[in-house]
Design a protein around this ligand. Sequence first.
Ligand SMILES: C[S@@+](CC[C@H](N)C(=O)[O-])C[C@H]1O[C@@H](n2cnc3c(N)ncnc32)[C@H](O)[C@@H]1O
Length: 339
Amino acid sequence: MTPEDALAAAARDHVPVLLDEVVAALDMQDGDTVIDGTFGAGGYSRALLEATSCRVIGVDRDPDALAEAARWASLYGDRLRLVSGVFGALDETPKEGEQIDAVVLDIGVSSMQLDRAARGFSFLRDGALDMRMEQTGPSAADLVNGAEEAVLADILFQYGEERRSRALARAIVAAREDAPIETTAKLASVIAEASPPNHPGRAHPSTRTFQALRIAVNDELGELARGLAAAERVLSPGGRLAVVTFHSLEDRIVKRFFKSRSSDGGAGVSRYAPGPQERDPASFDILTRKPIEAGEDELARNPRARSARLRVARRTDAPARPFDPRGLGLPGLALEGLA
Ligand SMILES: C[S@@+](CC[C@H](N)C(=O)[O-])C[C@H]1O[C@@H](n2cnc3c(N)ncnc32)[C@H](O)[C@@H]1O
């Protein structure tokens, strides 16, 4: 199979998560424009383009996502515009005067990334230890072979919530003294050797380490904070923001962002103040008190949906706040990166 065929096959294999729920939540009308900040295999974008005669600005930082989309994007003419870049700057994508009615973010990796060994995201597929979505800059191998032991331990603990972070960081440093750790299989074997025997039904011992490295390599939590703030700046009044996350670190950031921007969080009149008190006016109304999760049918079709959480909010006409990532529950490492 050529690399192009492998890319096309992986794109076909990507099953969009909570698709019906996302399309319903965005409530697009004919003529509306949505920014799909995590275009991936284009699953959400295509469903939105088919549902109404809307326009989509599709953003992705991975050149492979856009290369694959180039094969079919012309089907939608000028209703689909592809932009190479990060969603942390999604407010720079509209043209002069273009109104944005919705933003959707589907945080995480696509099948095109996870299922292709050469991208180095998965401990189940042997390949170069890479994990760079943008395919430039320092890779996971650079981090694993170059970072100090204490920094590695902090990454595993803060981004992987790995309780054995110190022991695993020590094992990585001991292994790399023999020879650099350059492949996913080598890292997975170092982790397995330094871990207690795995029990059936428990997550693979490398799960948290690989998650942590991926987040660090791509500054995923910093990007999420910037992306939410950019959505607040770009959305017009009444516009909707829908965010799908896959683990608790991400979901906490979205939940706190929405709460801090709504009248039941840091905005509006404080419930705890002795008398009415002026606070920043609410810039979002929360539409999902509890996150939306996949139903039984979807879980049977797509086990990857098990950890997905969808939160949705509607923009008010209050001004956007200056970007301040404090109070969103970002781990210290991510906050340092944003400072
Ligand atoms: C889970 S996939 C999205 C799948 C998509 N919703 C679909 O239905 O095909 C996530 C995509 O977002 C991209 N991505 C992740 N973080 C990004 C960021 N900060 N800026 C732009 N794209 C990002 C990844 O490269 C990947 O292609």
